[in-house]
Design a protein around this ligand. Structure first.
Ligand SMILES: O=P(O)(O)O[C@H]1O[C@H](CO)[C@@H](O)[C@H]1O
Ligand SMILES: O=c1cc[nH]c(=O)[nH]1
Length: 262
């Protein structure tokens, strides 16, 4: 029986394989896509549907795609699934987040080695207890790219560690307004004691799809603030500038392209 899914283009992201590179950079925000695409050679918009804004260009002659995922695990998982169907096998999420560990200040980059599965999407992919871990090769390339970023007013501040993925932004920033505040606060304190770096919404889903489909996924997340630092009367730099994260991701793709050619 014919289905609406049988079209030549992917059902949600609306791409065909020829329009997608092996390497993909994925911000949540569709508005961030042109800024990232501007760092590629000859980038052009190839599709736009719902939260998915898709551009493809080149780095070192290799096709590279930039695709927004929207907010939350379900839409991010759909993006990765459909990009894999179009031939992509290496993904870097670029996101924003709220710092948790006191070592993380607003403006710092956090390269996610793994994500706490505090959301729902990963449960549709991985059995209970299986970790949402990032790909080691992609994570290593991101750490190398972060270490090589030129000095700016924030220096070269970056961290590699575990991030927290959740489904409710307001459960994180206004936990006491929630009927389940006891549960949210209990888990948040436990994650802090474990050294969790920062809280965002998509890494666990992206890594879970990566594990399931056997593709490489990593993430570089900018902390835009850290309420834990404010609570501890430590200085914080509140900034939603993702420029360093974008350069880190693009340079990591260049590192991966060079490594993959060897
Ligand atoms: O900046 P992005 O990539 O959207 O990431 C973060 O910002 C959104 C919440 O404001 C969530 O998507 C969260 O993960
Ligand atoms: O605190 C924050 C900031 C951005 N995104 C989040 O998920 N949390």
């Amino acid at each position: 029986m014919a289905s609406i899914m049988d079209g030549e283009r992917q059902f949600h992201i609306r791409t065909i394989p020829d329009e997608v590179g092996r390497y993909v950079i994925m911000p949540g925000d569709p508005g961030r896509v042109p800024k990232i695409a501007a760092l590629l050679d000859d980038a052009k918009q190839v599709a736009q549907n719902r939260e998915y804004n898709v551009y493809t260009g080149y780095l070192y002659g290799e096709k590279v795609t930039v695709c927004s995922t929207g907010i939350g695990g379900p839409s991010a998982a759909i993006a990765v699934e459909e990009l894999v169907k179009c031939g992509a096998d290496t993904f870097i999420r670029i996101g924003t987040s709220g710092g948790m560990d006191l070592s993380v200040s607003g403006g710092d980059l956090v390269i996610a080695s793994a994500a706490v599965r505090g959301e729902g999407t990963s449960k549709e992919y991985l059995p209970e207890g299986y970790p949402a871990v990032a790909d080691f090769t992609v994570t290593t390339a991101l750490a190398k790219a972060a270490a090589e970023l030129s000095e700016d007013k924030l220096g070269k501040r970056y961290h590699v560690g575990v991030v927290h993925s959740k489904d409710s932004f307001y459960g994180e920033v206004e936990p006491d307004s929630m009927p389940v505040s006891g549960d949210i606060n209990y888990r948040w304190d436990a994650y802090l004691r474990c050294g969790c770096m920062t809280s965002e919404m998509e890494c666990a889903a992206v890594f879970s799809v990566g594990i399931t489909r056997h593709v490489r996924c990593g993430a570089v997340i900018t902390a835009i603030w850290n309420v834990e630092r404010s609570k501890a009367d430590l200085e914080d730099n509140v900034s939603d500038d993702t420029t360093r994260g974008i350069h880190c991701a693009v340079n990591a793709v260049k590192i991966l392209i060079e490594q993959d050619k060897k």
